[in-house]
Ligand binder design. Structure first.
Ligand SMILES: Cc1cc2nc3c(=O)[nH]c(=O)nc-3n(C[C@H](O)[C@H](O)[C@H](O)COP(=O)(O)OP(=O)(O)OC[C@H]3O[C@@H](n4cnc5c(N)ncnc54)[C@H](O)[C@@H]3O)c2cc1C
Length: 405
């Protein structure tokens, strides 16, 4: 997102620098597991003025390809990136912001926080109650199934990361139990097109933050159960249970070496199925009302999610059945370096569409920042343009007032 902002700043001749603690595309280089591919199709890999030009627009990039794509963009756009520079502190001054970095101090009139929404794995505090015989992993420490000890694996969380890792670990021959809480079910393809094509053409992907009823809730929605594979396969709970995964409810607590799970899987599944079908209904309505029926396949509906009968409510973590646990329980940003009072009591940045609650301070790359697609590469262009428009006006007004110069 920082590179997208840089491109928009360049277009307006606004002097700037992009600070990066590692290398360009650092999180794709350092913080992803080996087999990961984007779950967004190649044609959605685009940045301001730059897009995928390969021969497989409907494919999904490997990490190597993502790194190459972003690195090419950085060179092409001439972004003034200062790599190996960690911002350790940002403070507000009368003139703007003062940064402490590992390569020296910096001052700026405006600051765009593009440090990512997924800097740290978000692991519930009950991990501390896990018996020592069970080794804990997060999506940051897990690279491939060979990292895991032999034996059963409990994967906690069934959003994009959880289902992808459960699938891969299962294929390695280890028994997998998957703990499922609230989740978003989506088929990979619908009526002959990628589900994200439907999201795009029907306007769902572009839905703006001022068009949703409960912004706080949608900002916390888990990522959809999707995987990018050459086969364009759907990966949902039915697929995983058919492949042998045991499905249990949400992990409620760990007590005396036992993991206790919520019941109510049936309701959880019914809700996810209902929401998926509602979304597919929106797509059908779009195709009908826009007279696009000829371009898409016939109507499809999917088997409801099968609930295990009964699901285990309790697992003994000390009897040797489970040797490892993978916490696929989400990610969170790291604002430990930001010494400006703009973080609420839940640790979220206070902002309105990326305009942060402090003069000249902006953010990019957060869930539903301005649009549903905001947290994806595909959302970078529109959001960066809007934010830089606001920033340019802010600077012009500040110049006009003679403030902070
Ligand atoms: C497992 C996973 C899978 C994903 N899959 C997809 C996908 O399929 N398609 C998609 O579009 N999106 C996907 N995303 C979302 C993806 O992270 C975003 O699309 C994109 O990376 C957001 O870019 P960003 O610049 O906001 O954050 P990042 O890519 O995280 O970049 C932030 C940068 O800031 C640097 N940084 C952080 N703190 C500091 C500091 N204090 N000082 C200096 N530098 C700092 C980091 O090193 C990093 O390079 C996925 C995310 C995860 C976690």
């Amino acid at each position: 997102m920082g590179l997208a902002a840089s491109r928009c700043l360049n277009a307006r001749s606004i002097d700037h620098v992009v600070l990066e603690r590692g290398e360009v595309a650092n999180s794709w280089r350092r913080e992803r597991w080996d087999s990961l591919r984007l779950l967004t199709p190649n044609w959605q890999s685009r940045l301001p003025g730059f897009q995928y030009e390969g021969t497989d627009p409907d494919g999904y990039m490997t990490m190597r390809e993502v790194i190459a794509f972003i690195s090419r963009f950085a060179v092409w756009s001439g972004a003034p990136v200062r790599t190996g520079t960690t911002v350790t502190c940002a403070k507000r001054t009368d003139a703007g912001y003062e940064l402490a970095t590992t390569t020296g101090p910096l001052r700026c009139r405006t600051l765009v926080i593009a440090s990512g929404a997924c800097n740290l794995p978000s692991v519930p505090s009950l991990h501390q109650a896990m018996p020592p015989s069970v080794q804990s992993f997060t999506p940051f420490s897990y690279r491939n199934p060979n990292d895991l000890p032999d034996g059963g694996v409990l994967v906690v969380g069934a959003s994009a990361t959880g289902v992808q890792l459960a699938d891969e670990i299962l294929r390695s021959g280890r028994p997998v139990t998957l703990s499922v809480g609230e989740h978003v079910r989506l088929p990979r393809t619908y009526r002959g097109h990628d589900v994200l094509w439907w999201m795009d053409v029907s306007g769902v992907w572009n839905q703006r933050s001022d068009e949703v009823d409960d912004l706080t809730r949608v900002r916390r929605l888990p990522s959809p159960q999707l995987i990018g594979t050459p086969e364009r396969a759907t990966l949902d709970l039915n697929t995983l249970s058919s492949a042998g995964a045991e499905i249990v409810g949400r992990l409620a607590t760990v007590r005396n070496g036992e993991a206790l799970f919520s019941g109510g899987l049936r309701n959880q599944f019914a809700l996810a199925d209902l929401k998926m079908n509602r979304l597919l209904g929106t797509f059908d309505e779009w195709a009908r009302s826009q007279a696009r029926e000829a371009e898409v396949g016939t109507l499809e509906r999917f088997e409801p999610t099968r609930a295990p009968e009964p699901s285990r409510l309790k697992l003994d973590l000390r009897n040797g059945e489970f040797r490892s646990i993978v916490w696929a329980t989400g990610f969170r940003p790291d604002y430990s370096w930001l010494d400006v009072p703009v973080i609420d009591e839940k640790g979220h940045l206070r902002h309105d569409g990326g305009v942060v609650d402090a003069p000249g301070l902006y953010a990019l790359g957060l869930p539903f920042l301005r649009r549903r697609k905001s947290t994806f590469i595909y959302g970078a262009e529109d959001d960066a343009r809007d934010i830089v428009d606001h920033l340019a006006t802010y600077l012009a007004t500040a110049v006009h007032r003679g403030a902070g110069l």
